[in-house]
Write a protein that binds this ligand. Structure first.
Ligand SMILES: Nc1ncnc2c1ncn2[C@@H]1O[C@H](COP(=O)(O)OP(=O)(O)OP(=O)(O)O)[C@@H](O)[C@H]1O
Ligand SMILES: [Mg+2]
Length: 429
């Protein structure tokens, strides 16, 4: 704890003796802000707000405490969008032409890993498939996708199990640890690597409803009424409990973006904090908050304090079993012949889930153009895929370039230890 003036020290003693005295605590918070101890001020004000949720002075102090200039973090360039896959092709018609004599689709069938049973329709480049669905805060009812349907990524599954699922599955543990389980989980990592997919699988695992919201939609649609909107999102999730509430693009609330100049942003962050803290105890019973971001270093620190989104999980580009599952999934409805998945998996190290979807599109396009040129329809073969693979560079490379800076210069409190370990393993650090 930093050095404090004698006045702050006596006030601390007084507050410890009278923990319910809100004005006293707020006085302490005020002095802490004046002394530049913003984090401690936030903690004190948070306790005050628990006692007096509507207290205007407490709210104002919270806003001031959190409006503190943040620790300098190196600027990161925006991560470029993955280009959308080219337009589809009528394989049904093509297959009719190919006739009945079909070579085997896959050769040297490797031991089947858990293939994705029915991941979301990959109709958007990032596969999230939820564009435009946010207007009604649409809740998905429990569906078939479980963690076992996510190919590979054992590390992430283990961490999800330990940090989130195991305690929730065990009602005794839940009761025992009560409050400390209140917080949510923040998934971060390069784009297109399965964060949204994992979140949906977690909902399936809990047999819970799934409400997926992009923070950008909360902010854009209501023009200044974002707080009310945020509250409505949580209320929807509470009405639908048990419900996994997935807050995508959490960084849109970040204090480092130019949009933050928008005066309503701070209030929106505060509203989210209030909702997360579930002021009247038990309000969030059965609501499991997961959030995701590509740029965790843009996420407001206040959101990452204990009891909020305090646990983080790094979701990296798919490992070999994951790539195999993803490739199998994207080739499932296409006319393919003699595909050696194992070999293809080796050749695609570093590609994201979205890159792999793009790869399959590109290979299909090659076969299509070839068929058009020669006038004979042919199947997608291994050459189409390997040659397409050679032209696709991992879309997460720019992400890792930024992440490297953060790992080197801004790994405060070991927040990014997982990232450091991975970068070292890949000799990128
Ligand atoms: N381990 C996996 N097993 C099967 N499919 C996967 C796996 N990981 C990713 N995918 C597929 O890859 C696509 C991209 O994943 P997703 O949209 O979840 O990524 P994301 O990390 O949320 O990306 P963004 O940061 O762009 O939102 C999805 O269509 C998903 O089906
Ligand atoms: Mg996503």
């Amino acid at each position: 704890m930093p050095d404090h003036s004698p006045l702050i020290q006596s006030l601390r003693t007084a507050v410890a003796g009278a923990p319910d005295d809100v004005p006293l605590r707020l006085h302490l918070a005020e002095l802490l802000i004046a002394g530049g101890h913003h984090d401690e001020a936030v903690a004190e004000t948070a306790v005050a707000l628990q006692h007096a949720p509507g207290d205007a002075q407490a709210r104002e102090l919270m806003a001031r405490a959190m409006g503190a200039p943040r620790q300098p973090v190196p600027e990161v360039p925006p991560v470029p969008e993955v280009p959308p896959p080219p337009a589809g092709f009528n394989w049904k018609a093509a297959e009719d032409q190919v006739g009945d004599v079909l070579p085997p689709r896959f050769v040297e069938s490797p031991p089947a890993p858990e293939a994705p049973r029915s991941p979301e329709t990959p109709q958007t480049a990032d596969g999230s498939g939820d564009a435009g669905a946010a207007s009604a805060w649409e809740v998905e009812t429990p569906h078939g996708v479980r963690l076992a349907d996510v190919g590979g990524m054992q590390d992430v599954k283990d961490r999800l199990e330990a940090a989130f699922l195991a305690p929730l599955r065990n009602p005794e543990l839940r009761k025992l640890y009560g409050k400390s389980l209140r917080g949510g989980l923040l998934l971060y990592g390069p784009p297109g690597c399965g964060k949204t997919f994992m979140a949906r699988a977690v909902a399936g695992e809990l047999g819970a409803n799934f409400l997926s919201i992009s923070i950008n939609d909360v902010l854009d649609m209501w023009m200044g009424n974002s707080e009310r909107n945020m509250h409505e999102v949580f209320e929807t999730a509470r009405r639908q409990a048990p419900c996994v509430l997935f807050l995508d693009e959490l960084d849109a609330l970040g204090a480092k973006r130019s949009r933050t100049a928008h005066s309503g942003m701070r209030n929106t962050v505060n509203q989210l904090l209030t909702e997360l803290d579930g002021i009247d105890a038990g309000a969030n019973e059965g609501v499991f908050v997961l959030a995701a971001t590509n740029v965790p270093w843009d996420v407001d620190n206040a959101l990452r304090r204990p009891g909020r989104l305090d646990r983080t999980i790094l979701v990296l580009p798919p490992d070999a079993p994951a790539r195999e599952a993803i490739l199998r999934y994207h080739l499932r409805d296409r006319p393919v012949a003699n595909i050696d998945l194992r070999k293809l998996t080796k050749a695609t190290d570093g590609l994201s889930g979205a890159d792999l979807a793009h790869l399959c599109e590109a290979a299909a396009e090659r076969a299509l153009l070839d068929s058009a040129r020669t006038g004979t329809v042919r199947m997608i073969d291994m050459r189409d895929l390997t040659e397409a693979a050679a032209t696709i560079s991992p879309s997460s490379d720019p992400w890792f370039a930024s992440a490297r800076n953060v790992a080197m210069f801004a790994n405060e409190g070991g927040m990014y230890d997982d990232l450091v370990t991975y970068l070292k393993k890949k000799r990128k650090l």
